[in-house]
Ligand binder design. Structure first.
Ligand code: HEC
Length: 119
């Protein structure tokens, strides 16, 4: 449990480092900008993947998720209404604009269901 938490803290810290690098680059962007969202998604990729497909056992896939749902969840982590060891550290550093851009990017990833089980 302790090593899992340590791993989470390391992932969060490396993610926040990417965030400061991004802030230092001074990129300017408009609301719900997919390109800007892709750049900001570098701070999510260790867990959710740049492709939005989970890279850790406890992180969910978020590729192709609906935009309003993504915005709502990120706002909930930011406000504290929804809590999680990783997301409660990541989300407070996100501005409303960051959240819109990230939601625009991850929701725009195209996913295809190739096979459904059971038939
Ligand atoms: C250190 C790993 C980690 C990082 C970095 C991370 N996440 Fe997460 N994320 C998680 C985990 C674990 C969950 C599941 C949390 C829970 O159970 O509430 C989650 C949940 C979410 C959810 C809710 C998904 C759902 O199905 O309800 C969204 C949306 C999300 N993350 C977006 C992001 C975005 C955007 C970033 C980058 C700004 C990011 N996350 C960075 C680990 C991470």
């Amino acid at each position: 449990m302790i090593s899992v938490r340590l791993k989470t803290v390391q992932l969060v810290l490396s993610s926040l480092t990417s965030l400061s690098l991004l802030a230092a680059s001074g990129s300017v962007c408009s609301a719900g900008d997919v390109e800007a969202g892709r750049a900001k998604a570098l701070m999510c990729q260790a867990c959710h993947g740049l492709d939005g497909l989970s890279k850790t056992p406890d992180a969910p896939n978020i590729a192709g998720q609906t935009e309003p749902y993504l915005v709502a969840q990120l706002q909930a982590y930011k406000s504290g209404a929804r809590k999680n060891d990783a997301m409660s550290v990541v989300a407070p550093s996100l501005s409303d604009k960051d959240i819109e851009d990230l939601a625009a990017y991850f929701s725009a990833i195209e996913i295809n269901v190739v096979k459904m089980p059971g038939r």
